[in-house]
Design a protein around this ligand. Sequence first.
Ligand SMILES: *Cc1c(COP(=O)(O)O)cnc(C)c1O
Length: 420
Amino acid sequence: MNHFDYRGGILCAEDVPLPEIARAVGTPFYCYSTATLERHYRVFEAAMPPGTLVAYAVKANGNLSVIKTLAKLGAGADIVSVGELQRVMAGGVPPSKIVFSGVGKKRAEIAAALDAGIFQFNVESEPELDVINEIALAKGQRAAVALRINPDVDARTHAKISTGKAENKFGIGWSRAQAAYAYAAKLPGLDVAGVAVHIGSQITELEPFRQTFSKVADLVRILRAAGHKISRVDLGGGLGVPYKTGMAPPDPSSYGELVRAAVDGLDVQLTVEPGRLITANAGVLIAEVIYVKQGDEKAFVILDAGMNDLIRPAMYEAWHDIVPVRQPAQGVQRRVYDVVGPVCESADLFARDRELPALSAGDLVAILSTGAYGAVQASGYNARPLAPEILVRGRQFAVTRPRESVEETIARERWPEWLA
Ligand SMILES: *Cc1c(COP(=O)(O)O)cnc(C)c1O
């Protein structure tokens, strides 16, 4: 469910026609819908047991206005760097709702999170336990930690976004879990409060979650029997979203039933960390067709957005629906195109052999479901400035991040003395 629809033949974000934004800011640009963000957050939260901390995984979309929109609804945040800590605090997320994940937390990052007073560290290794303990003791604090356990479950998603198999770098190995808790319990700077998992992203079946959650519940019982005071469980994120019409991943309510069943009777403070589910279908990337080029074998639609703006197709072989902003007339001719960007890489390809209504130079197209892992993964490759991010609310729109200018990127560099 989202709020991008044709009205009078023009694709709109809520009540704003997208060509109006294109005229104001140029192309390419990302556009997010407040109503969609709010709806996704509310539906997901309502599916969770009362009192659950919904820690939005901010790496999916770190735009400050997106963070603030969610923070106003009560969202917490799952962060993976001190940069994200600063961003979510700037966006109004209270430290008491912040969970710090990630395999490579540096000392300065841990210190900053302790100073901020975050809710919990999700610890991913034994050496990290030692470092958090040491820094907390030096500050005269006790750090609340959960151990992120790698349950060795196949999330049956793309290999690059699968995180819960024994071969993945994430979490503490299942066979080491009990020993790791015994070790952590001896460290006086730690309050070993919980068990955490996160098995991957864009998971489209419930079964991997079911297997994981039941392992977590078993572990909580085993740890309690061994004398550990486990009062928290963090079930991670990863619920998939529909990227194509006809695709139907489990809805939040059936996922919620699974979550409720998993924690039933455990009496724990529950945390979940959805990212993609909240933002993916709340964003579109709007681009203009620069050329339509007939090759020897194929026809190419060349857009002014490239893999530097949206890397998901190149990196994860991801599918994104692409639609013209001006609704095609009934019975318009359809053609098969490779939809590509201008970047000098053959991987700069948004869609291969895609059947679309005939397009011409100057047409605007929308690359759909790009609100998660889109703008956050953008780069300046080919000296292409970062695209602006627009937030719509009803009939209003705001430029939340203006287009970067090449002048700014040049001004950030310094000449070495011998070249000046
Ligand atoms: C990326 C990530 C998430 C969010 O995953 P989604 O698939 O976007 O829901 C949650 N928790 C952790 C630890 C992550 O790394």
